[in-house]
Design a protein around this ligand. Structure first.
Ligand SMILES: Cc1ncc(COP(=O)(O)O)c(C=O)c1O
Length: 401
């Protein structure tokens, strides 16, 4: 695994002492060292759409540059409320049912601070987005892991028995990421209904991390757990402008949910960053309001499906069997045709010898389950076609197994 931070010393609080530098630090450095085509970290290497950039430029020029409402800039919560009303089939109060945060990351952190008491348990599917366990433990909570397993058809499934067994009287939250990073799984209506029923029986709140909500492929519908009967009152739906509008550096995210749950987030968030960059919120507000009218979401999903297929074909030709994702912008490939001890060794070799950086998904599993990722590698396809083609040429040079 990666090395602990060198700053860890006697002054370091117990809650962060065990943290390692993120896997992206190691692989970004390795990619730079070997001038590898970097398909590691999931951010677009192409410009954001003009209408998004122009909206932020205008906001700065028009002097939206001071603190704003700490729950969120009014035009943004209004635009998101209108959009969420469509998505969830209910009216949303922009003033009490939305909290804007510094990226989805801050929504996740804030929710854990707002809902967890020491010893409370949180159910996480793994592989997980790497911030989840840290968010839980920093709030004094304890993660309970439920692995997803690759299926013969390229999809991923959890064992329903394992999910039921993960609940206990201490379970407070369940974190559900759909479309899922890194597998690309889009949870089905039947799975969501099963998860919803368990959460209602056990009185558990769902944090629905839906940052890839606009990226589903092949007609796969985006299903929202908050829209299921009885779930609105116990669900916080989390989104991010970074993913949807290719502006990951803006760090504008949001939580949408019932007023009592949002009030708890608000109580915590006022002391975390107070408010998020005003002109960027104004820019995202304009983008959210305009996007449906210009067909932006459909266009983006089509672009990503093409990129998925472009990278998928290159991986398959190289003997790295792609587990074709139904959503998000990552492909997990099965590397078992190649004899490496584990995914870390494979990805280090691929980066340094072949010149294509991928991420070992073992970094997204708890220690006892890390072996499940031994023959897997994660590639992201939110890159220009030129970058994907450069990766394809290098992958073609891999000696056949
Ligand atoms: C599943 C998931 N949740 C949350 C985030 C963080 O989003 P943001 O950049 O808006 O903080 C990411 C970023 O990669 C992600 O993949």
């Amino acid at each position: 695994m990666t090395a602990p931070f060198s700053t860890v010393n006697d002054y370091t609080a117990a809650r962060v002492r065990g943290f390692e530098a993120s896997i992206f630090a190691e692989f970004t450095a390795l990619a730079l060292q070997h001038q590898a085509v970097n398909l590691g970290q999931g951010f677009p290497n192409f410009p954001a759409p003009d209408f998004v950039l122009e909206a932020a430029r205008r906001a700065v020029a028009e002097h939206h540059n001071q603190y704003t409402r700490y729950a969120g800039h009014l035009p943004l919560v209004e635009a998101l409320a209108a959009q969420a009303a469509q998505d969830l089939g209910r009216s949303i109060d922009p003033l009490t049912e939305i909290q804007i945060t510094a990226g989805a990351t801050a929504s996740l952190y804030t929710a854990c601070q707002a809902f967890l008491d020491p010893g409370d348990e949180v159910i996480l599917f793994e592989p997980f987005y790497d911030a989840y366990p840290a968010d839980v433990t920093m709030a004094g909570g304890a993660p309970r892991y439920v692995p997803l397993h690759p299926q013969a058809d390229g999809g991923w499934a959890y064992d329903p028995q394992a999910l039921r067994a993960a609940f206990s009287p201490r379970t407070k939250l369940l974190l559900l990421n759909t479309p899922h990073n890194p597998t690309g799984k889009v949870f089905s209506a039947a799975e969501l209904a099963e998860i919803a029923a368990l959460c209602q029986q056990q009185d558990v709140i769902v944090l629905a991390d839906e940052v890839y909500e606009r990226m589903t492929f092949d007609g796969q519908p985006m299903q929202r757990i908050a829209a299921l009967p009885g779930m609105w009152d116990r669900t916080i739906s989390i989104g991010s402008a970074g993913k949807t509008f290719s502006v990951t550096g803006w760090k504008v995210g949001w939580s949408i949910g019932p007023a009592p749950l949002i009030a708890a987030l608000r109580a915590a968030y006022q002391w975390i960053t107070f408010c998020v960059a005003t002109p960027l919120q104004a820019g995202v507000a304009a983008a959210v309001a305009l996007a449906p009218a210009i067909g932006y979401y459909e266009e983006m999903a089509t672009m990503y499906r093409r990129k998925r297929d472009r990278l998928g074909a290159a991986l398959a030709a190289a003997g790295l069997r792609p587990l074709t994702p139904a959503g998000a912008y990552f492909i997990i490939a099965d590397t078992s045709a190649f004899a490496f001890p584990d995914d870390f060794a494979f990805c280090r070799w691929l980066t340094s010898e072949i010149g294509v950086a991928a991420i070992p998904p073992g970094a997204f599993y708890s220690e006892p389950h890390r072996h499940l990722a031994r023959h897997l590698a994660r590639f992201c396809f939110c890159k220009t076609d030129e970058t994907l083609d450069a990766a394809a040429r290098r992958l073609a040079a891999i000696p056949k197994p």
